[in-house]
Write a protein that binds this ligand. Structure first.
Ligand SMILES: *Cc1c(COP(=O)(O)O)cnc(C)c1O
Length: 357
């Protein structure tokens, strides 16, 4: 029986990708060497990293104004790295819409002044504050947003208009839906939710913003190092980048992001549709801000939440426990989760409600 893994990250990978990686693990391209054994500067690996870059550019429709970079340290290191490069004692605007946003703002405060343009913390981050209430700073170094709030289960349905460079943490919804990348000066994402394994962050950076980087930033933390050396100043995380290349190959084969978005919309609509039809399950998230990636819900009690998670795992529906900070249940339904997984979850939810309602 299939296992459906609802983990928030590291998360499910397409089975096709894992099978191909398995084949190439010990013998890549008939070289007699496994993919992990190849020199990053060799003629077998270098095309892999360039293909990963080209796939990202193609899938997101990026112009040559943008550089595609691969950086270690995950999304969390980007919280500090972007502020080191672009804040430099100035003021940055942050939208406080979840625990990851708050962490990003906290790191930035080490390098300059942070202004929270809005915060939904008081209401447990159950919504994204309306843009017309945001208190922005004129001439801010940048505005930072978190496009999908992985823990609280909210997602921007549209993006604000800004005069200052907009930077987005898209860790948990990158390549899940079509959007206009030209609104952003920088986009970053830890790979382990929608793009591949942990160990690499994808950074998309408009080159004119990179030119503003503070010169004193250490070499390995300066974006210009990555631009100048094609993300290969030192040894990059070759395996993570290789898997990202395979995942993005797979996205292209599916028909690109528009095709993937359709499936994601159908999965989310089905799951929320079921939640709305039930009196047993409740979601705390404001309807218009619901995430199509992380569906947060609760049963009538904490005891039943725990039982739900345990019983679901026995039915091969795994990692449904909510984030430790908020409790409850959470189903992460990233690109690699098939509709069959959502169907199996809904069937289980109906059975559980019948037994415990
Ligand atoms: C998971 C996540 C992070 C943290 O990613 P790491 O790669 O573990 O540092 C940051 N932001 C968002 C929105 C996330 O979902």
């Amino acid at each position: 029986m299939a296992v459906y893994n609802f983990s928030a990250g590291p998360a499910m990978l397409p089975v096709e990708v894992m099978k191909q990686a398995q084949e190439e693990f010990c013998n890549y391209g008939n070289s007699g060497c496994g993919i992990l054994e190849l020199s990053h500067r060799g003629k077998l690996f270098e095309p892999v990293i360039r293909r990963a870059e080209a796939n990202v550019k193609e899938l997101l429709g990026l112009s040559d104004d943008y550089a595609v970079l691969f950086v270690q340290g995950g999304a969390s290191m980007q919280f500090a790295m972007l502020a080191m490069n672009f804040l430099n004692g100035g003021t940055a605007d942050y939208a406080d819409t979840g625990v990851w946003s708050a962490k990003a703002a906290k790191e930035a405060a080490r390098f300059g002044k942070v202004n929270l343009v809005c915060s939904s913390k008081e209401s447990k981050y159950n919504h994204i504050p309306a843009f017309d209430t945001w208190k922005t700073t004129e001439g801010a170094a940048y505005l930072h947003i978190t496009s999908n709030n992985t823990v609280a289960g909210t997602q921007y349905q549209a993006f604000p208009e800004t005069k200052v460079p907009m930077i987005a943490d898209m860790s948990s919804d990158i390549m899940s839906r079509v959007f206009d990348p030209n609104k952003f000066a920088m986009i970053y994402a830890g790979a382990q939710k929608n793009l591949g394994p942990s160990g690499v962050a994808l950074v998309i950076l408009r080159k004119d913003l990179a030119e503003r980087a503070t010169a004193a930033v250490p070499t390995m933390l300066n974006y210009n190092t990555y631009i100048a050396d094609g993300s290969m100043f030192n040894t990059p995380p070759t395996f993570a980048i290789y898997i990202l290349a395979l995942v993005t190959d797979y996205f292209k084969k599916l028909g690109g992001i528009a095709a993937i978005e359709k499936i994601n919309n159908a999965k989310a609509a089905k799951l929320y549709g079921f939640l709305d039809s039930s009196d047993f399950y409740k979601t705390p998230v404001v309807k218009e801000d619901r995430s199509r990636m992380n569906v947060v819900f609760r049963t009538p009690s904490e005891e039943l939440d725990a039982l739900f998670v345990k019983k679901a795992a026995e039915e091969n529906l795994t990692s449904l426990k909510g984030h430790r900070l908020v409790g409850g249940c959470r189903a992460s339904i990233y690109n690699a989760m098939p509709m069959a997984g959502v169907d199996a979850l809904i069937d289980f939810m109906k059975d559980f409600e019948r037994a415990n309602g």
